[in-house]
Ligand binder design. Structure first.
Ligand code: PLP
Length: 399
């Protein structure tokens, strides 16, 4: 069924609508009710809504009276934007090893603790929970703060329950998982007191810029005759993918400028629009559909020897953000998949230049070579079948 009709499917999957019509946006733009999400990970916790997840990390530096020269242990595989607030508050970030399967090397972590260590920072990658029981006990014994970064793991669970409830604090970043232009949460134990909460909504033009891609996707998706426009967008996409390929293979690529922390965002809270959209989200629905999509894609990849899911089959409780994939030549695979209309992304390319990456070849390899595929909850079973078909075509072409 797929051979004859890839073009329609290609357009559909690339522009798959994520539910934000211009009418909804206008209706919700000035939404004023206070946000109160009855999600299990926030139950019986102090939840502070922020514009970006990284603001939560900056707030923790203030809350915990961090002094210049205090140390934080951070995972070697990181985006860079989550670490930067700590550096701006004068902390020294010491990286600890995360292996090529994204597991924390606890021995390495312990080795790096010093008298000045104040915080241990752990990241739950792509929805998969880290095993934190030992680390949590260790932190308690040594009077260290534990932060759980749940930016990539909304609605996921570990054997202890929803992710993000074991540490002293957790951060979430909603726009990674949900169709919101901004919005994040800093989650603290329920007895925490925090002064000067972020209260300023982002400026109109900031939200407008973030929401523009949603409107474009909605328009293209809704138009009857969209061949010209969608072709134009594909063309641009491939042009950028091609340009990407020029500066590749570099361990020295800087992360994008706006990943570096700027204190002017500190007073910003979530936009009214994001608050309104979040109230319409059913976590159970998102959880079920993402798991279904991941599972289908995983099964469909079983007979491709060259493309291997990094994290294997889906454990119970995990709400996958994406499918991380290990392929022999990430640039060729990305180019070919994007040509076929699949939004394949090289995840976290670019390095925070304030960190010393020399000791962490596995993390560098992940940053340079990991490809991720969408499994989001707006994709249907047909979309996933089309992706599987494209992955087979790509594997054959590259062999
Ligand atoms: C793991 C992780 N944590 C935190 C952040 C920061 O989130 P935000 O962009 O909402 O500040 C990011 C951003 O990409 C991230 O990848």
């Amino acid at each position: 069924m797929l051979d004859g009709a890839p073009y329609m499917t290609k357009r559909r999957i690339f522009f798959r609508n994520n539910g934000l019509s211009p009418i909804d946006i206008i209706k919700w733009w000035r939404y004023q009710k206070k946000l109160d999400l009855k999600w299990p990970q926030f139950d019986n916790r102090t939840v502070i809504f922020t514009y970006l997840g990284r603001i939560g990390n900056a707030m923790l530096c203030k809350l915990w009276h961090i002094q210049s020269g205090d140390e934080i242990l951070v995972p070697s595989y990181n985006c860079g934007s989550e670490i930067d607030p700590f550096l701006c508050f004068g902390m020294k970030a010491m990286m600890y090893r995360v292996d090529s399967k994204l597991n924390i090397d606890i021995d390495d972590l312990r080795k790096r603790i010093s008298k000045r260590t104040k915080i241990i920072y752990v990241t739950h990658y792509f929805g998969w929970p880290q095993h934190l029981a030992d680390i949590a006990i260790f932190c308690e014994e040594h009077h260290l703060f534990l932060i759980e970064d749940c930016a990539l793991s909304l609605f996921s669970n570990s054997s202890e329950g929803p992710i993000g409830r074991l540490g002293d604090a957790a951060i979430f970043s909603f726009r990674k998982t949900l169709p919101v232009p901004d919005g994040a949460a800093l989650v603290l134990q329920s007895n925490s007191m925090i002064q000067s909460l972020p209260e300023t909504h982002p400026a109109f033009r900031t939200t407008a810029k973030e929401v523009a891609p949603y409107i474009v996707r909605w328009l293209i998706h809704s138009m009857q005759n969209r061949a010209l426009l969608s072709n134009a967008i594909f063309f641009l996409d491939q042009l950028f993918a091609h340009n990407d390929a020029q500066h590749l293979q570099s361990d020295n690529l800087d992360m994008p400028k706006d990943y570096y922390f700027s204190e002017h965002v500190l007073p910003l809270t979530i936009s009214c629009l994001s608050s309104a959209i979040l109230r319409t989200i059913d976590p159970e629905e998102v959880f079920i559909q993402r798991r279904k999509n991941y599972h289908q894609l995983y099964e469909g990849l079983a007979d491709i020897d060259t493309a291997k899911p990094l994290s294997g089959a889906l454990p119970e409780g995990v709400c996958p953000l994406l499918m991380p994939l290990v392929v022999p030549d990430v640039f060729k695979w990305q180019r070919e998949l994007r040509r076929l209309g699949i939004k394949a992304i090289r995840w976290w390319e670019g390095f925070n230049k304030k960190l010393d990456w020399g000791e962490f070849p596995e993390a560098k390899k992940l940053k340079n070579e990991l490809l991720v595929l969408p499994v989001h909850h707006y994709l249907t079973s047909d979309d996933i079948n089309y992706m599987i078909h494209c992955l087979h075509m790509t594997a054959t072409a590259q062999s």
